[in-house]
Write a new protein. Sequence first.
Lengths: 164, 263
Amino acid sequence: MALKLWASSAANALRISCSGARTPFPAFSFSRCFSSVIDGLKYTSSHEWVKHEGSVATIGITDHAQGHLGEVVFVELPESGVAVAKGGSFGAVESVKATSDVNSPVSGEVIEVNAKLTETPGLINTSPYEDGWMIKVKPSDPSELNSLMGSKEYTKCCEEEDAH
Amino acid sequence: MTLAQARNVVLPCMKLLRMSAVPILEQLHLEERLLRTSVDNWCIVNDRTNRPTIVMGVSGRPSELIELKSVLRDQIPVIKRFTGGGTVIVDDGTVFISFICNKNAIPGLQPYPHPIMSWTGQLYSEVLRGFGDFHLRENDYAFNSHKFGGNAQSIIKERWIHHTSFLWDYDIKNMEYLKLPTRAPKYRSARPHVDFLCRMKEYVPSKSTFIERTIKSLGSYFLVKPFDLDDITTEPPCTLPHSTKLLSRQELEDAYSSQCENL
């Protein structure tokens, strides 16, 4: 599983860095647990990531999370307009036998959900930080982002978790 | 203090609820409530359910998983539960055992599907030692390559549930309400229900032997304390939505109509 995660992360990185038309992708780093962690994003201890750009926060689950969950076969998402609360569940992913709650890193209003996940839930596995994004939120209190982890801290969190 | 007493001091508590013939819908509602609102660890044992009932996983689609014509004809209840996994038909030959745990209850156990599944495999391997060639086959409990236990999980922020329907006995006629699933474990090898499944009663002397040995094995990880269903508070938070639901006849008829149109 470790080699598969590494290969998947490397493939994603190379694909993004070769595409001149795209906005340059933030640098990434590899944790010793072989899942990718992207610089420039913020993270939760329950393995969600958030990208804050202007008045929009894009949210998904991390490479570490998708690797531990296994193949995602179904995604439950809220509707646009729904309110989410920091730390509260906004949806779930199903992987083979398990549903796993996904929690919002910030409070706010859902302004967009990733409709592609209905037909292709596996995007969460293959592209957790890009095509596998789950919801976009208009944050009600952007200062909530300050309490989230940066990439280095989150990498350490993953390593400590996997060390058990 | 004796060694046994000292050992008990460090083990987390687990409340044991033993029930009999509780309807599966009621059991699932209780489990979801305990998962989301309790802070305790629980083991729930329900010896059989009151009537044959089909139980699908959270993403189950009736038209893909069940023989809708006969289900509608025979008025078999169909439930969509809050956990993942596949479709089962449960009845008075089914034994249900569920574990609801805080994520740090078992030292070193990561709260993810595979580690939890693996831990239960170790537990039941101990329980069933000497009764058959027990295996955790992908995500099923099997004797050799014959499944007798189906599993499902739900993992939330600080807790998880792993619940199992055990085929102590089953009526092969009931299995005919279920289609062969498109998503099936590799070891099934496209076998029909009758060749894939087995009955626990042909391997284990009695239900009480199985249940008592399960409780004893749990004692390696928890301080197990019996609890009465009547002692559980009957005040769930009114905002708690029940993800588990009984599908209405209309929903099943709509699924059947849609299926017929697509043929």
